[in-house]
Design a protein. Structure first.
Lengths: 39, 307
C-alpha cells in the first residue's frame, strides 16, 4: 500500500472515531438532561 | 531500518478503512432491523421521549451490526468459499479475524449496557438474547448442522420490534409477540428463495441449506406453506386491535401477491439453474412485502394518534 494511501485511511479512521466519540458525549449529555426532566 | 525497507513494510501492511469496518456491520440487514424496530416503537402504546426512543433504535442498530460482525468473524472460512460473500472484509484479507472479534464484542457489550442504563432493563435483556441467539444458536450451532437453520435462527431477526415495544412499555405483550411472529414466519420463504438461486454456492461451502439437502421441489413446497402461514399471521394485528382497515387491505393485497409469486415458483417446472427468475422474484418481493406491511402498520397508527 502506498504511504499516502495509508495516511489517508488512518486519517479517515481517526475522524470516524472522533465523530463517534463526540456523538456519544452529546447523546449522554442529552439523555442526562432528559432523565433530570430538564427537556 | 532504511527508508526502502520501511516502505516495503508499509506496502505489505493492508490497513482496513472505515468502510471495511462499516461493511462488517451488514448495513443492508441493519436497515431492515432498524425499520421494523422503528415501527414497533411507533405502534407500541404509551409515550417515550424522542431522545430515549432514538437511543433505543441506535442500540438495536448497533447490536444488529455487532451480531453481523461476529457472524462474519465466525464464518470467515465459509464466506471465502462462496462467490456472494468472498469479497467481505475478512475473506478478502482487508480485516483480520481478531480485529473483527474485538469490534463485534465491544459493540455488543456497549449496545446492551447503554440500552439497560438509558432505556430499560427488559429491552436490554431482549437485546442481549437477540445477539446471543444470532451468534451462538444460529451462527455457531444451527447453520452448519441442520436444514432448519434459518427457521429457528430467524427468531433473532424477529426480535427488533419486540425490543422496541419493550423500550416503550417496559414489558413483552401479546401484540409484540404478533409482530415477532410475522417476521419469524417471513424469514423462511425469504431465505429459501435466496438459497434456491445461490444453491451451488451453499453446496460448495458445505452449508446444509434446504435446497442443498432436500432439493428444489421440496424447498418450493416449503416456501409455499410458510407463505400461506405468514399471510394468515399477518392478519393477527387486526384481530388484536392494533391495526385497522388500511392495514387489512394492504395485508390482503400484499399477501395475495406473495402467495401468487410463491405459487408461480412452485409451478415453475424448470430448475432454478435454468430459470432463476421466479426465485429471485419471491426473494425481492419478500423484502418489499415486509417493508410495506410494516410501513402501513406504522403510518396507520401514526395517523390514528394525530387525527
Amino acid at each position: 500500500m502506498p504511504l499516502h494511501e495509508e495516511h489517508k485511511k488512518r486519517a479517515g479512521r481517526n475522524y470516524a472515531l472522533a465523530a463517534i466519540l463526540s456523538g456519544l458525549v452529546i447523546l449522554f449529555f442529552v439523555i442526562t438532561l432528559v432523565k433530570l426532566g430538564v427537556i | 531500518m532504511d527508508i526502502a525497507s520501511a516502505n516495503q513494510d508499509v506496502a505489505e501492511y493492508n490497513l482496513p478503512s472505515v468502510g471495511d469496518y462499516f461493511s462488517l456491520l451488514k448495513p443492508r440487514v441493519m436497515s431492515l432491523v432498524v425499520f421494523t424496530a422503528f415501527i414497533g416503537l411507533l405502534v407500541a402504546p404509551g409515550e417515550i421521549h424522542p431522545v430515549i426512543g432514538f437511543t433505543a433504535i441506535l442500540c438495536i442498530a448497533v447490536a444488529a451490526g455487532a451480531s453481523g460482525c461476529l457472524n462474519m468473524w465466525y464464518e470467515a472460512d465459509l464466506d471465502a468459499k462462496m462467490q456472494r460473500t468472498a469479497d467481505r472484509p475478512i475473506p478478502a484479507g482487508r480485516i483480520d479475524r481478531q480485529s473483527a472479534l474485538h469490534f463485534g464484542v465491544a459493540l455488543s457489550v456497549a449496545s446492551v449496557l447503554i440500552m439497560g442504563l438509558t432505556v430499560n432493563i427488559i429491552a436490554a435483556i431482549l437485546l442481549s438474547v437477540t445477539i446471543l441467539f444470532y451468534v451462538v444458536i444460529y451462527t455457531m450451532w444451527l447453520k452448519r448442522r441442520t436444514a432448519q437453520n434459518i427457521v429457528i435462527g430467524g427468531a433473532s431477526g424477529a426480535f427488533p420490534p419486540m425490543i422496541a415495544w419493550a423500550a416503550v412499555t417496559g414489558n413483552v405483550s401479546i401484540e409484540s409477540i404478533v409482530l415477532f411472529t410475522i417476521i419469524f414466519m417471513w424469514t423462511p420463504p425469504h431465505f429459501w428463495a435466496l438459497s434456491l438461486f445461490s444453491c451451488k454456492d451453499y453446496a460448495k461451502a458445505g452449508i446444509p441449506m434446504l435446497p442443498v439437502v432436500k432439493g428444489e421441489l421440496y424447498t418450493k413446497k416449503q416456501i409455499m406453506l410458510y407463505t400461506l402461514a405468514m399471510v394468515l399471521v399477518s392478519f393477527l394485528p387486526i384481530y388484536f386491535g392494533f391495526a385497522g382497515m388500511v392495514y387489512a387491505a394492504s395485508a390482503a393485497l400484499l399477501g395475495g401477491m406473495f402467495i401468487w409469486l410463491s405459487y408461480a415458483l412452485l409451478s415453475d417446472k424448470k430448475s432454478v439453474e435454468e430459470n432463476s427468475g421466479s426465485a429471485k422474484k419471491v426473494f425481492f418481493f419478500s423484502i418489499f412485502y415486509l417493508f410495506t406491511l410494516f410501513a402501513v402498520l406504522g403510518l396507520e397508527n401514526l395517523l390514528d394518534r394525530v387525527i
